[in-house]
Design a binder for this molecule. Structure first.
Ligand code: AMP
Length: 281
């Protein structure tokens, strides 16, 4: 497994390998969710590249950039067991030198949901992902459904900018109580982690009701909200029931495949999760 820190070395590495390349972008503090993406890449591709980079441009000024968990030694030992070909570990100045001035932004999907709560977040995401796409020229790139809007924004960017890359989405990995694994779960105490399982219970209740035939988005939102508010530690940022493709909010009847997504604070920790509501015709 090669550890690479400079863009130049990545490009040289890329030139001398043959066969398919799968890219898994991460911010490190790897957990089983990340590892499931990496395993999928290793199964399908001749070479898997994992990037570990806490990308400052996707954090807002009052967000957790400096506190974000960094567990490099542990991450590398997890990766050594997985037949990863290369790990890219750049420093900030390698990605954003002092004179850096080019950004990539998607102008529709990015503005909704997370884009409302975290202005500029997706501009940072699309910029770093397009840089990684250019640096590694992968055939496949792997993203988690856990970050449902990110996945859609990246698919749109890939299409709009004509990247010849297949975006592969992987299911959300959860703990035994249903809490979606996230590097940010490390901010929670064990007790808070147990209590945060209310998020998945609420999403599941919404989905069950939908499967029983409830099509009113307002009613589903209320049910999800009521369940989350049973947990005194939780503070709701948003609960969305939106068109699965355009991410426009359903106000009344759900008339197309939908996505329930939400962001909930547990203390200062902001957690996101989602479930699909496919309309079976
Ligand atoms: P991050 O390190 O949080 O930027 O995540 C890197 C990649 O792992 C993204 O594509 C995430 O969607 C994905 N990911 C994060 N958590 C999970 C999870 N619990 N299950 C599946 N994929 C995940």
């Amino acid at each position: 497994m090669e550890l690479i820190q400079s863009v130049r070395e990545c490009q040289l590495w890329r030139r001398q390998i043959t066969g398919s390349v799968g890219l898994v972008p991460t911010m490190g503090a790897l957990h089983d969710g990340h590892l499931s993406l990496i395993r999928a890449a290793v199964r399908a591709c001749n070479h898997t590249v994992v990037s570990i980079y806490v990308n400052p441009t996707q954090f807002g000024p009052r967000e957790d950039l400096s506190a974000y968990p960094r567990t490099l030694e542990r991450d590398l030992s997890a990766l050594r067991n997985l037949q990863v070909s290369a790990v890219f570990l750049p420093e900030d100045r390698e990605i954003y030198p002092d004179d850096y001035s080019t950004f990539v932004s998607e102008g529709e999907l990015s503005l909704r949901l997370e884009g409302q709560s975290r202005p500029g977040h997706f501009r940072g995401v699309t910029t770093i992902v397009s840089k990684l796409f250019n640096i590694f020229r992968p055939d496949y790139a792997y993203f988690g459904r856990k970050d449902a809007q990110q996945l859609r924004v990246i698919r749109k960017m890939t299409k709009d900018l004509n990247y010849d890359i297949t975006i592969v989405d992987c299911p959300t990995v959860r703990d035994i109580n249903g809490l979606a694994l996230s590097s940010r779960n490390q901010y929670l105490t064990k007790n808070e982690q147990l209590r945060a399982a209310v998020i998945f219970r609420a999403l599941s209740e919404g989905k069950e009701l939908f499967e029983k035939g409830e099509r009113n988005a307002g009613i589903l939102r209320k049910v999800i909200e009521a369940r989350i508010l049973t947990e005194p530690l939780a503070k709701i940022d948003y609960i969305s029931i939106a068109d699965d493709v355009s991410l426009t909010e359903f106000e009344g009847e759900i008339t197309a495949d939908a996505l329930i997504s939400l962001a909930v604070f547990f203390g200062p920790t902001r957690l996101i999760d989602n479930l699909n509501l496919p309309l079976k015709i």
